[in-house]
Structures are given as C-alpha cells and as structure tokens.
Ligand binder design. Structure first.
Ligand SMILES: Nc1ncnc2c1ncn2[C@@H]1O[C@H](COP(=O)(O)OP(=O)(O)OP(=O)(O)O)[C@@H](O)[C@H]1O
Ligand SMILES: [Mg+2]
Length: 289
C-alpha cells in the first residue's frame, strides 16, 4: 500500500447557508494514485477539488495531509507547496504577461533565479509540445492553449498531488494524448493525480480508482473497472458507460470466452479485443472441421 498523502473525513461545504454543495465526503489519496472523480454537471466536482486543495473553509469534517490536520480556507499555507490545482476555467489561473513568464512564475515565487526559471519553463513547454507559444501574450491564447499552459505551470513546481478539474475538456486529440502521456510520466515520479470529468471513456482509460459524485455526495468509490462496468450506478449518476465497455459487453454475450479478458479502454485496445475474438473463432472453426 502506498503512502497516504491526503485524507478527507466527512467533509462538507456550502456556498450558501441553507444548501450543502458537498456533504460527507471521505476519501484517501495515496502517492501514485490515479483517481477520477466522475459526476454530471453541477454534481460538485469543481467544489470537491477546491475543497481537497484546502482552498475552501469547510462547513464540516477535516482534511489530513500525511496524518496532520490541514488548515483550510484562504490561508491554506500548509498545502500550497504540495498540492497543485488546475482550475476548470484557465482564465482564472493565468495572469503573467507572457506564456513563458506564467509558467516560470511558480518557480520564481519559490526562490529560483529568473533566468533558471525561464529555462525550466521553456523545457516544460517543449514537453507539452507548446514551445511555439512561449512568447505569446496569455490573453490571446485559445481555451485549449490556455489549459495546456496552465498545466505546464503546475508541472514545473512538482507538487506531490495534482488536482485537475476537467483537464481534457476543450483539448483536441493531440492535446488530450499529450496530457495523458504527461500524467503517465508523473506516476513514475510518485505524483498522485485526481482528475474530475464527466467522460467515463477518459476515466476508464486513465484511472485506477473512481469516485462517483452525485448531488454533492460520493455514491460509490473503488476500483475503476468494476465501477465503470456497472451501468446502473452510472445511470443513477446521469453518466454514460465507456464506449469500449459497451462494445466489450456486447461481444462477451456473443463470445463468452472473452469474459475473462482485460476490458479494452481505448479504440486500439477494442480493435485488438475484436481481433483476438476473430482469431479464437477461426481456431475453433478449424478444430470443428
Ligand atoms: N460560487 C458559487 N455560489 C453558489 N453556488 C455555487 C457556486 N459555485 C457552484 N455552486 C453550486 O454548487 C453545485 C456544485 O457546483 P460545481 O461547480 O462544483 O459542479 P461541477 O460538478 O463542477 O459541475 P460542471 O460539470 O458544470 O463543472 C452546483 O449546484 C452549483 O450551482
Ligand atoms: Mg466543474
């Protein structure tokens, strides 16, 4: 079992006095975990990520970081260096005049000399395949470009835990693939990642565990494959199952031997799954002649 970084115990939050936006949230996030928080519009995903970052004054419950109670709300000093948050709207995140300066900002703030920080920022932009944006004014970027720049700015400071609010929304194919690739390499560096999405395809592909959020409460949490194969759980939360799981379930009905195989989580894996069925059927047909 990996080291537990962040725990939430019975966390509740309300924007208005008479209505909870989050209620009774208990979660445990370990180093290297990949947790997807899935929920429909208004379920409370963004609020949950802000709460987990310690940015909201909780109405009830508490957060622990490596077993120590965390002060929440504006001060949040104890989590600032450990937890990075990608906000749903990158407009709220970027503020330096140029992309390069924005990505370097977190490093300069932590005491790195300007020149060194700009060098690190350039490398991060290259890693995200957006070097061409380095000198551009932040306010001129497209939404997807802003998201990728904001992510680069988070990654350079190497937090222990990253909270990403719908990071792929608005990204094109290449942006999404680059993001998933960067998240994969973070795992090797022991960084834990929580991302929110309403896209079960993304969750199936990337997450090891899933928490379903509905009307501010976690209705189910646990193993990603198990939860994402449960259509009634997803339907109750107004979510669609991953397309590759729908296809695999139909194939499993026709070819029961495939029930024990690993479920496909991407289109290429689904193609491979179908090829494997075709091969096994050809073998079967040859034997029965
Ligand atoms: N600043 C705010 N003041 C009052 N209510 C808010 C505020 N922000 C969010 N809410 C309410 O809290 C609930 C949860 O909102 P939240 O933004 O966390 O949902 P979400 O799951 O992130 O939705 P989406 O998929 O649309 O991003 C919603 O009912 C929303 O209307
Ligand atoms: Mg949101």
């Amino acid at each position: 079992m990996s080291t537990v970084l962040l725990e939430a115990h019975g966390v509740g939050y309300r924007y208005a006095a008479d209505r909870f936006a989050l209620r009774d949230i208990s979660l445990r996030i370990g180093a290297r975990d990949r947790l997807a928080v899935l929920g429909a519009n208004g379920a409370g995903k963004s609020t949950l990520l802000l709460a987990l970052a310690g940015m909201l004054p909780l109405a009830e419950g508490q957060l622990l970081w490596e077993g120590q109670a965390v002060r929440t709300g504006k001060s949040r000093s104890s989590l600032r260096d450990k937890v990075g948050v990608l906000l749903q709207d990158p407009e709220d995140q970027l503020f330096a005049p140029t992309v390069e300066q924005d990505v370097a900002f977190g490093l300069v703030q932590r005491g790195m000399p300007d020149n060194t920080a700009v060098g690190v920022a350039r490398a991060a932009l290259e890693h995200q395949r957006i070097s061409h944006l380095a000198g551009r004014p932040v306010h001129q970027l497209s939404l997807g470009e802003k998201k990728r720049v904001a992510l680069a700015g988070l990654l350079v400071v190497r937090p222990a835990l990253l909270l990403l609010d719908e990071p792929t929304a608005g990204l094109d194919h290449e942006g999404t693939e680059t993001l998933i690739e960067s998240l994969g390499s973070l795992r090797a560096d022991n960084v834990a990642v929580v991302l929110s999405t309403h896209d079960a395809n993304l969750a199936a592909r990337w997450a090891t565990s899933v928490a379903i959020l509905d009307a501010g409460r976690i209705t189910v949490q646990g193993d990603s494959q198990q939860i994402l194969s449960d259509r009634s759980v997803l339907k109750n939360a107004r979510l669609s199952p991953p397309l590759t799981y729908i296809a695999a379930a139909a194939l499993q009905e026709l070819f029961p031997s495939s029930k024990t195989w690993k479920l496909p989580t991407t289109p290429p894996e689904l193609e491979e799954y179908i090829r494997r069925i075709a091969t096994s059927q050809r073998g079967y047909a040859a034997e029965s002649h």
